[in-house]
Ligand binder design. Structure first.
Ligand code: 3PG
Ligand code: MG
Length: 398
């Protein structure tokens, strides 16, 4: 892969201690991992290094612990889940630096896999402190970063280590960077972006960047209401950031200047309450009742989104079109996702999706496997869509 050193460049690793930064920040409920996608994704890198006889030492964070070690944020249960999911033994050490880590590493045989405790149990991790980075580096000969989804953090384990050890992108990082390059870096045109989700305020930079890069931008979800209102459409009781009308207008102006079409909902599914199974009707977007809330885009809008998908060679998707987590307001998201998946399967579309709720929405639609690439990254995917350099990626460049 151009620009990055990957496992293809790593040379002989037999007997070497390879520190692999992975993202094990997985959702857990009642002590069980509820979505193991991130664990599955690190499988190839671990298997490849282990097979070549490396001592594979995993570094990861879990949650956002504030006050040092705690059971709540321990990676120990995640080590067991990782062993289950990957079908291989995964050892665990109760600290990522110091004697506990060093002893566990010293006891490893070639090919073994060991997970070190949550790097964020040390404040120095997030501060990317030199002394801490050196303590981490003491347990390794080589550094591999396979955690794109944490690459927006300039932490010791995501950025600092690459200055101390020979550094390589793991297979998942490599796949992610490849897919992102196809999505916005050097895409086949026309490029269409679908951006949804609740709020404009969290996605201003992203929208400003996209209008300069894509040929058409579909805006859905709650954030579309802010654009509709800015244009003078009455959105009733819908979620809407009225104070961002000026920002929305500015984004529409920049889009016009850049030749990017903006597609806003032409109709909406409205209800009086935000709850599953609430009575709803589809109305033209100019006819939203004063006491109604738009909770999804309507069938006409879906048709126009699908037409844009048909015209597109590349699709970048972030955020659902409606309140997909409650029925029946999942319909537009499911329909457009299925359409994009079908076009992808026919070989007519490169589809890249990621960020927060997007993976959950595509899983809900049952099509996540049919997209060209679905990123497990949340914040890192958004920052990439904003056009910002990611510290954990920059440091891996040749
Ligand atoms: C994520 O879950 O998005 C990544 O693991 C990064 O976690 P953070 O937002 O706590 O840095
Ligand atoms: Mg996050």
């Amino acid at each position: 892969m151009a620009g990055f050193k990957t496992l293809d460049d790593i040379g002989a690793v037999s007997g070497k201690r390879v520190l692999v930064r992975v993202d094990l920040n997985v959702p857990v409920a009642d002590g069980k991992v509820t979505d193991a996608t991130r664990i599955e994704r690190i499988g190839p890198t671990i298997a490849e290094l282990s097979k070549k006889g490396a001592k594979v030492i995993l570094l990861a964070h879990f949650g956002r612990p504030k006050d040092g070690p705690s059971d709540e944020f321990s990676l120990e249960p995640i080590a067991r889940a990782t062993a289950d999911v990957l079908g291989r033994p995964v050892g665990f050490a109760a600290d990522c630096i110091g004697a506990k880590a060093a002893d566990a590493v010293a006891a490893m045989k070639d090919g073994d896999v060991l997970l070190l405790e949550n790097t964020r149990f040390h404040k120095a991790e997030e501060k990317n402190e030199l002394a801490f980075t050196e303590q981490l580096a003491a347990n390794g000969d080589i550094y591999v970063n396979d955690a794109f989804s944490a690459a927006h953090r300039a932490h010791a384990s995501t950025e600092g280590l690459a200055h101390h050890l020979p550094a390589y992108a793991g297979r998942t990082m490599q796949a992610e960077l490849d897919a992102l390059e196809k999505g916005l870096g050097d895409p086949v045109r026309p490029v269409v972006a679908i951006v949804g989700g609740a709020k404009v305020s969290t996605k201003i930079d992203l929208l400003m960047n996209l209008v300069k890069k894509v040929d058409a931008l579909v805006i859905g979800g709650g954030m579309a209401n802010t654009f509709l209102a800015a244009r003078g459409t009455d959105v009733g009781k819908s979620l809407c950031e009225h104070d961002l009308a000026g920002t929305a207008k500015q984004i529409m102006i920049e889009a016009a200047e850049a030749g990017c079409a903006i597609i806003l909902p032409a109709d909406g599914v409205v209800a009086k309450e935000f709850k599953a199974g609430a009575a709803s009707e589809t109305v033209a977007i100019s006819d939203v009742p004063a006491d109604g809330m738009i909770l999804d885009v309507g069938a006409k809008t879906v048709q126009s989104v699908n037409d844009w998908i048909d015209r597109a060679a590349t699709l970048v998707w972030n955020g659902p079109l409606g309140a997909f987590e409650i029925e029946p307001f999942d319909r537009a998201t499911v329909a457009a996702a299925k359409h994009a998946a079908a076009r992808t399967k026919e070989g007519k579309l490169v589809s890249v999706a990621g960020g927060g709720d997007t993976v959950a929405a595509l899983n809900h639609a049952g099509v996540a496997d049919d997209f060209t690439y679905v990123s497990t990254a949340g914040g890192a995917f958004l920052e990439w869509m904003e056009g910002k350099p990611l510290p954990g990626v920059e440091v891996l460049k040749r």
